[in-house]
Design a protein around this ligand. Structure first.
Ligand SMILES: NC(=O)c1ccc[n+]([C@@H]2O[C@H](COP(=O)([O-])OP(=O)(O)OC[C@H]3O[C@@H](n4cnc5c(N)ncnc54)[C@H](OP(=O)(O)O)[C@@H]3O)[C@@H](O)[C@H]2O)c1
Length: 333
């Protein structure tokens, strides 16, 4: 096997602008972590868009190999927990932000960041899921734990055409929930219906500032947008309902009142995938292997190469990427 391989490397120029370029690296260039992985697939998430374009200041040091997700095969390991040949998946933990990440044909990582790939998932499927899909599953698990069941009433998913939103729609529909999908892209309504959405709600309808309490419409919600939309979701959530909030695609503020909480017993749950403890992560991956139909997953996924990422980074921040994007990293010989 050649010692040389390709990675997307971010540098910062003298003016402070982030530059992304394909570079040839060797194993000696990689961080001195314990597990060397042959990366077969990575993926594109909103946070990767922030890193690649330099717009979000998520990268803490340069040069940086971005890519918050990776899946592949262990090549060598100094950890007793992982053996050569084992299939693994990694999401979060600051990889692709603080630590070198998945946009590289090989990467060295800490064993505690890895999850063994569930036997029924391939590396490509794992990356079609990626951080976005894991987060969607964590949101669904959060709603379940809050007592939201398929017969509780309608569930709202915001940012429904995005990575987190589209996977959340597919999982919830497969679990028997009635799903309403908020989207700013009416042309994607049929696609969202194919994923399992029963109702399509235009984004404009959900971005009107709400009264403290609105008509009770939702038993639960997965919110990837934040801002006024999350405030409206809370004001429209029915008595005893729960909202899982994981994103800020529409803003990081939350112009709400306490009324939904104190008069309707609505609960707002924060969901984080980055530092999520290992046991809950493993449970979420097992649930994803079981509760996310493969035809839905393949229908919401497209494949690109490392060279496509600079353009796609801009597009995902502009809300122009639909569903999930996997990044194929052909192995060097
Ligand atoms: N907490 C965590 O651990 C975690 C993990 C993953 C992601 N996230 C966050 O979750 C959010 C979604 O991530 P993602 O990877 O799914 O991103 P994404 O693929 O870009 O999806 C975001 C979606 O939100 C909608 N949207 C975009 N701009 C909007 C705006 N200004 N107002 C209202 N809706 C807007 C769009 O859907 P429509 O076109 O259908 O409206 C877009 O596709 C991001 O903020 C990301 O940082 C958090």
């Amino acid at each position: 096997m050649s010692d040389r391989f390709t990675a997307l490397v971010l540098t910062r120029d003298e003016a402070g602008h982030t530059r992304a370029a394909l570079s040839e690296l060797s194993e000696a260039d990689l961080p001195p972590e314990d597990v060397l992985v042959s990366v077969e697939y990575s993926s594109l998430n909103y946070k990767d868009g922030l890193a690649i374009t330099g717009k979000g200041k998520v990268v803490r040091q340069f040069p940086m190999v971005p890519g918050i997700d990776l899946a592949g095969t262990v090549l060598s390991s100094r950890s007793p927990d992982y053996q050569p040949g084992q299939k693994v998946v990694l999401t979060g933990w600051g990889v692709g932000e603080r630590y070198w990440g998945g946009y590289s044909q090989r990467q060295r990582v800490k064993p505690e960041w890895l999850v063994p790939l569930p036997a029924s998932l391939g590396a490509r499927e794992a990356m079609a899921i990626g951080t976005a899909g894991l987060t969607a599953m964590l949101c669904v698990m959060t709603l379940e734990q809050a007592g939201v069941a398929p017969d509780s009433g309608d569930i709202l998913v915001t940012g429904a055409s995005g990575g987190v939103g589209s996977v959340a729609v597919a999982i919830l529909a497969h679990r028997g929930y009635r799903v309403a999908a908020v989207t700013g892209r009416p042309e994607g309504a049929d696609w969202l219906r194919e994923l399992g959405a029963q109702t399509i709600i235009p984004r404009d309808e959900m971005t009107q500032p709400p009264k403290p309490l609105e008509r009770q419409r939702w038993a639960g919600a997965v919110d990837t947008v934040g801002g006024v939309m999350l405030a409206r979701v809370l004001a429209e959530t029915a008595y005893g309902g729960a909202v899982a909030a994981c994103g800020l695609a529409g803003g990081s503020d939350l112009p709400t009142t306490v009324m939904p909480f104190i008069l309707r017993g609505v609960s707002l749950h924060g969901v984080d995938s980055v530092m999520c403890p290992l046991a809950r992560r493993q449970l979420a991956w097992e649930r994803l292997a079981r509760d996310l139909p493969r035809d839905a997953l393949s229908g919401l996924t497209r494949e690109v190469g490392l060279q496509d990422l600079p353009d796609l980074g801009e597009q995902i921040l502009a809300g122009q990427v639909r569903g999930r994007v996997v990044v194929a990293l052909a192995s060097p010989d």
